[in-house]
Design a protein around this ligand. Structure first.
Ligand SMILES: Nc1ncnc2c1ncn2[C@@H]1O[C@H](COP(=O)(O)OP(=O)(O)OP(=O)(O)O)[C@@H](O)[C@H]1O
Length: 332
């Protein structure tokens, strides 16, 4: 059964239409990630699922039941936000157990649930501490722990990692993926970070300006994007978009990922000048200014000695290229 169904959901704030008709089905146990640029409506959509925001029109269904008019607390969901919102005067144990205590569970039952969640998140040594005695990453784990103890039907995450530093983000991301495997729970996760989307999602929903652009498994979106927006949004560094006409092609735009643009000092189809080189350790990114195609990016594996201001030649790998029409729609 679908854990969540959205039927032609819209949202307007006054005269501004923010969500413009979204249809979506999320299956039980699925990890579904909403991605899209800032302001596209990801958080608004999540908040409507949570019940924190009214739906202007359309239907929100959780496990087959319409919840448009059901209060957030009655939707059996748990939400983890970017800011941890822990009670500063309560210990980790009490923060995690509060909702169960308020629901009238016995002390022993609360302790058992908290111990179980703490073990999953390696929080046992921290249970007696207060939030001020924890690192940012530990606080976010407590916030996740607080969500787990309630055994919700649906977990909603709104950019839960964006306040963490890079290393912690990776560690917590792995933790959330593991949690999803262990709990077998349905999770909906909002991020603007496409690496989080690629690594966590069973399915990604790409949103733009209040509409769904494409829904699919991460590698399907990467390998088979429907349009230039999805092709440009999924993949880092971003896909190069070339004026196909200038290369003798019949399509309007040719998309070539940076790893599929060959660079040479001797021969190629597009001449350019190296404007910047980034050596990232395992790979090198070379940025090239061209007269006919603007700024292009080449990704090379290993270390390479291309220098700023040298002239180079580029050749797209034709077999790996994507073609789009003038409206940006994929030509398959
Ligand atoms: N309460 C509100 N009143 C009016 N406009 C709002 C309100 N909340 C959000 N918006 C607008 O709705 C649009 C979508 O906002 P939302 O927060 O859902 O975007 P987002 O995709 O989550 O963006 P970000 O990645 O920056 O958080 C934005 O243009 C925003 O300004």
């Amino acid at each position: 059964m679908a854990a969540l169904t959205l039927v032609n959901v819209t949202k307007s704030f006054g005269k501004t239409d923010v969500i413009k008709g979204v249809d979506l089905e999320v299956q039980t146990g699925e990890f579904c990630v909403f991605v899209g640029p800032s302001g596209c409506g990801k958080s608004t959509l999540l908040r409507m699922i949570a019940g924190l925001e009214d739906v202007s029109s359309g239907e929100v269904m959780i496990n087959g039941a319409r919840v448009n008019d059901v209060a957030p607390a009655k939707r059996e969901i748990a939400m983890v936000f970017q800011s941890y919102a822990l009670y500063p005067h309560l210990t980790v144990r009490d923060n995690m157990g509060l909702a169960l205590k308020q629901a009238g569970q016995s002390k022993a039952a609360v302790a058992k649930s908290v111990d179980h969640a703490a073990a999953m998140l390696a929080l046992e040594p921290l249970l007696a501490r207060r939030p001020s005695e924890l690192s940012g990453g530990q606080r976010q784990r407590v916030a996740i722990g607080r969500a787990i103890v309630r055994t919700p039907k649906l977990f909603l995450f709104d950019e839960p990692l964006s306040n963490l530093d890079a290393a912690l983000r990776v560690a917590t991301r792995i933790e959330i993926a593991k949690l999803h495997r262990d709990l077998d729970a349905t999770m909906i996760y909002v991020t603007h970070d496409q690496i989080e989307a690629m690594t966590l999602a069973d399915r990604i929903v790409v949103l733009r300006d209040g509409r769904v652009e494409q829904v699919g498994a991460p590698m399907d979106l990467y390998n088979d994007p429907d349009n230039t927006f999805v092709a440009g949004f999924i993949g880092s560094p971003m896909m190069n978009f070339l004026h196909a006409g200038a290369l003798g092609m019949r399509s309007a735009t040719m998309g070539v990922r940076p790893e599929h643009l060959a660079i040479s000092r001797t021969a190629g189809q597009i001449e350019g000048t190296v404007s910047h080189v980034e050596k990232l350790g395992g790979e090198t990114l070379v940025y090239i200014n061209t007269a006919t195609q603007g700024l292009l990016t080449v990704r090379l594996f290993g270390e390479h000695d291309y220098r700023v201001d040298e002239t180079v030649q580029l050749t797209p790998e034709a077999a790996r290229a994507f073609h789009f029409d003038a409206a940006g729609l994929r030509l398959r």
